[in-house]
Design a protein. Sequence first.
Length: 163
Amino acid sequence: MAEKLKIHSRTLNDLKREEYSISLDCLKKICKMAALAMPDDVEIRDPFWYSIKGARKGGLAMIKKYEGIVGDPKYRKMKWYQWWEKIGKHRKNMVVGMTKDVTLPLLSADLAEFTGVMLGDGGIPKSQVIISTNSKDDREYGYFVRDLIDLSLNKICYENYRF
């Protein structure tokens, strides 16, 4: 059904769980597929109707997190430095200044291939690795990359070369 609606299967599951509102386009397609009339009580909202609600929640979260210190960036920075000197740098669970073990992969054709994939189709933002492929034209290549990553992860997990 997701393919017919031209949406992702996760989106369809989210719609079933009422996590999101359904788009008018999807609703029309479902009504057409099921040979049903459009419901009378459909509420059509403006695009980005939720942004005001989200902005309010975000603002309230910032006020709670920073104890009402929002607005002036210089003042906020000054208050952060005060917090850091008094509390932050003395915390034992902080990761600042801590080192992690690094697993060195063995030099191999698979590593060279993965490096090429990352340079050509990949990226490494803050907390993840992203590899972009075309789901239609690069389907086989996508499977190859997936298997290459699975193979590499298995090797890394079982061969603990550390320095």
